[in-house]
Design a protein around this ligand. Structure first.
Ligand code: SF4
Length: 428
């Protein structure tokens, strides 16, 4: 989501006539696209903003803007301006398009701007400019915001309530991406499964949208993220099973395997419900790569709750998992709950990572000596004369090749695996 938002920022700058600067200090405009989902991300952003002060001193005409969800937190915009008075523009999450207006004004008059929309349901803006940087994959927003209020999460406060783009606007953008030749398109939303609820009153949902897009002629892959388990329905599984161009790769964040913790997190499902959904996916999509997000150290988490999480990891056997220690976010309900000792949380995350790594390694072995269609995405960052790409199920494969293969679908025999990495040879 943030990468795509940076593409929108770069698109606006490009429209204004700016190009990429070789180094930070050469830049006429520096835009910080911030994230506040975790304390660490917010601290990093503040650190980077602080570091630009020296550059700005050397080049006083440099325009510095701060955007993204960090600015949308209550009182944060003004606090940022006080701490870093050299900032020229501060924009809230739904005011990004105003960069196009404010940058020329700052350049002309050195006036400063703070623009934060406090509305919970800001209007969805269309016709944004993009400067796409994601290679063979194009990101496509289908909706913004979230209604779920998980008790640890700051997103609904800083990104507002769910707003779906119209199906016509999405289909138009999808067709533009098809015309531009993207072999992979990823649909984005905080909870794609509730797409359309605000617009179509239950008459048209995510499965309908996905099916319509999958019917488009031509060879390509469609991915989507992120799904909320409570809204992931059987109709969607059927659509994925029916259309081979929809990837067999589902990211279904479970967060915890303990019913007590899931309730405290306000996740609206139980471990039993989640496991039933996984069973339904496995029945119709036996080769589906299922990934997840897992959190340890949530308030009130005891050893038995953690063992429930370890148990769900063993039962589902995720192909990969993003693992996190709970990060307290001010303004969320969980911030006022009793916190878990950081040393205990640290011990749990190490055990969880070790468990998931051993499962990933075992699953990787299962790929050996089989042939998979891989979309070649880029040159290998670590091996000269090699390229890398993904299987339909989302596994990264490295194989011999050069830039001529980028964007092409290749049949690759997996010759060996190493933890999460797969290595192979193209089949002739
Ligand atoms: S579903 Fe929960 S975790 Fe995901 S963005 Fe919404 S509130 Fe945050």
């Amino acid at each position: 989501m943030n990468v795509h938002e940076s593409e929108k920022i770069a698109g606006i700058l490009s429209k204004l006539g700016y190009g990429e600067a070789a180094e930070g200090e050469d830049a006429d405009v520096v835009v910080f696209n911030t994230c506040c989902i975790r304390d660490n991300a917010e601290r990093k952003a503040a650190g980077h903003i602080g570091m630009i002060k020296t550059e700005k001193k050397k080049n006083p005409s440099m325009i510095v803007a701060v955007v993204g969800c960090m600015t949308q937190q209550s009182g944060k915009a003004m606090a940022l301006r006080e701490k870093f008075p050299f900032i020229d523009i501060v924009l809230g999450t739904s005011n990004l398009a105003m960069l196009e207006t404010y940058i020329p004004q700052v350049a002309a008059s050195r006036e400063k701007f703070v623009d934060i929309d406090e509305n919970e349901r800001p209007e969805v803006r269309e016709n944004e400019s993009f400067y796409r940087t994601s290679g063979t994959n194009a990101w496509l927003n289908i909706m913004y915001g979230c209604n779920n209020f998980c008790t640890y999460c700051i997103v609904p406060y800083v990104r507002g309530r769910e707003r779906s783009r119209t199906k016509e606007a999405i289909k138009d953008e999808f067709m533009r991406l098809v015309d531009e030749g993207y072999p992979e398109i990823t649909l984005l939303g905080q909870n794609v499964n509730s797409y359309g609820k605000d617009l179509y009153d239950g008459e048209y949902g995510f499965a309908d949208l996905l099916e319509e897009l999958a019917k488009t002629d031509g060879k390509r892959r469609i991915r989507f993220m992120t799904s909320h388990p409570k809204d992931f329905n059987r109709k969607l599984i059927d659509v994925i099973a029916e259309y081979p161009n929809i990837c067999n790769n589902i990211h279904l964040p479970v967060q915890s395997g303990s019913n007590k913790i899931l309730k405290l997190m306000n996740r609206h499902y139980t471990r039993e419900y989640y496991l039933d959904t996984i069973a339904a996916i496995r029945e119709k999509l036996p080769d589906c790569g299922i990934t997840t997000d897992l959190m340890v150290g949530f308030p009130y988490e005891e050893e038995s709750d953690f063992l429930d999480t370890m148990d769900i990891v063993e039962k589902v056997r995720y192909s990969n998992a993003f693992t996190f220690v709970y990060s307290m976010r001010n303004g969320t309900p969980a911030a006022s709950m009793p916190q878990v000792d950081p040393e205990v949380a640290k011990d749990r995350i190490m055990r969880l990572i070790a468990k998931q790594n051993s499962i990933t390694k075992e699953l990787s072995k299962g790929y050996e000596n089989k042939v998979f269609e891989v979309l070649c995405e880029d040159l290998s960052p670590s091996k000269t004369g090699f390229v890398c790409g993904r299987t339909d199920s989302g596994r990264l494969v490295t194989f011999p090749g050069d830039e001529n293969l980028i964007g092409k679908f290749c049949d690759v025999r997996i010759t060996r695996s190493q933890s999460a990495s797969l290595f192979g040879e193209t089949e002739v």
